[in-house]
Design a protein around this ligand. Structure first.
Ligand code: SF4
Ligand code: SF4
Length: 369
């Protein structure tokens, strides 16, 4: 595969070209003390000179003395927020003079160009594809947005303390689904990007950045950075036999112990890039004439999630945590032929009581052996 190189300053030309071609550019940007995905119009909005510090229940954004644009790991938002919106009106109705009109809501959102998302997020899009667009019942909103989207991930050249993408096949190098994959390289004298056009590359973006074929030495610089990142992953999971172990250990006493710590706050499911549960609600206005049906994210940690004629099926903390963990690492294999986890570490960082999936799985493995 031909690898190209372009100078760091050319990012602005890339963003301008994407916008000219009608894309809404969604990229990491510092906001409210975190690097989050948001719409940008200029490279100056990227988190240049920032890095993050993450641990169980801890996230801190820091300034660095480096000039890098992409020196951080994942923040709380992922592409899921855009491809599978948090809240969406499905239809509206109006009743007047004995007539009821129903209006189906069209989704006229501009196509998204995701710039600077991480390889684990790219992998999470592939996981959601299997759930939301490749099964027998494709989700109309997701499929429409996904089909029009353009993906330009940036390989990770720094591993976070809660990351375990190497265990789950999610990174640190983008390997699938992208249109253009970038690696940021900074040495004593230069700051440039390596670019690998993907199989799905349908647009010629390299020209606008005046990209040229990279030398063998430049390619090696990028490869060394990715290998170094893979070697210092913050966490790891030995996935061998985990799916079978969790399926078998439904009644293990350790679930009770986790249930005492879990607050059922739903944070882990909200930040997880692969969780896809939603609920549907109808709202009337005070006149009773106007109604709208909306869809919003839901969580298996909510008591109402399994409410059926008079009660919830999973009425304990233990049952709800067990559902989440066993779905991600066990039942997902039965349903979709792969794990539901890409190892991004978000559920560890954003759990207010510091529950860590990697530790809990290890705990079961130790109790098993
Ligand atoms: S389960 Fe946790 S680590 Fe895995 S993809 Fe979801 S948020 Fe990331
Ligand atoms: S595991 Fe942590 S983040 Fe998830 S619901 Fe429980 S307390 Fe909240």
């Amino acid at each position: 595969m031909q690898v190209y190189r372009f100078e760091a300053d050319a990012l602005n030309a890339l963003i301008a070209t994407l916008r000219e071609r009608g894309y809404k550019v969604i990229a990491p940007t510092p906001m409210d003390g975190a690097v989050v995905l948001g719409e940008i119009t200029d490279a100056g909005q990227l988190p240049r000179g920032y890095c993050d510090e993450q641990e169980k229940g801890v996230y801190r954004l820091k300034k660095t003395d480096r000039d890098a644009f992409f020196d951080f790991n994942v923040g709380p938002r992922s592409p899921k927020r855009y491809l599978f919106p948090t809240n969406h009106v499905l239809w509206r109705s109006r009743q007047e003079n004995g007539r009821l009109e129903i209006y189906s809501e069209s989704d006229d959102e501009k196509p998204f160009a995701f710039l600077g998302i991480r390889p684990c997020e790219m992998k999470a899009v592939a996981v959601q594809d299997r759930v939301l667009s490749k099964g027998p019942f494709a989700d109309r909103i997701y499929s429409n947005r996904r089909q029009k989207a353009l993906f330009i991930p940036v390989d990770c050249t720094r591993a976070g303390k809660t990351c375990f993408c190497t265990s789950m096949g999610g990174g640190p190098e983008a390997t699938e689904g992208y249109h253009l994959a970038l690696t940021e390289v900074i040495d004593e004298n230069r700051h440039f990007f390596l670019a690998r056009p993907g199989e799905e590359n349908s647009v010629n973006l390299l020209e606008c950045m005046q990209a040229v074929p990279a030398t063998a030495e430049e390619i090696k610089q990028g490869r060394d950075l990715i290998e170094k990142t893979a070697a210092c992953m913050g966490r790891e999971v030995n996935t061998a036999g985990v799916a079978e172990m969790l399926a078998e250990y439904r009644d293990h006493p350790h679930w009770e112990e986790i249930g005492k710590r879990c607050m059922n706050c739903t944070n882990c499911t909200m930040v997880c890039p692969t969780c896809f549960c939603f609920e549907v609600e109808d709202h009337n206005d005070l006149t009773g004439q106007n109604t709208e049906r909306t869809r919003q994210w839901d969580s298996c940690f909510n008591l109402s999630f399994t409410y059926q004629h008079g009660g919830s099926v999973r009425h304990t903390n233990k049952a709800r945590y067990r559902q989440w963990l066993t779905h991600k690492f066990s039942a997902w294999h039965d349903q979709f032929g792969e794990s539901g986890c890409v190892g991004c570490g978000r559920c560890i960082t954003w759990c207010p009581v510091g529950i860590d999936v990697t530790e809990e799985i290890q705990m079961f493995q130790e109790k098993t052996s």
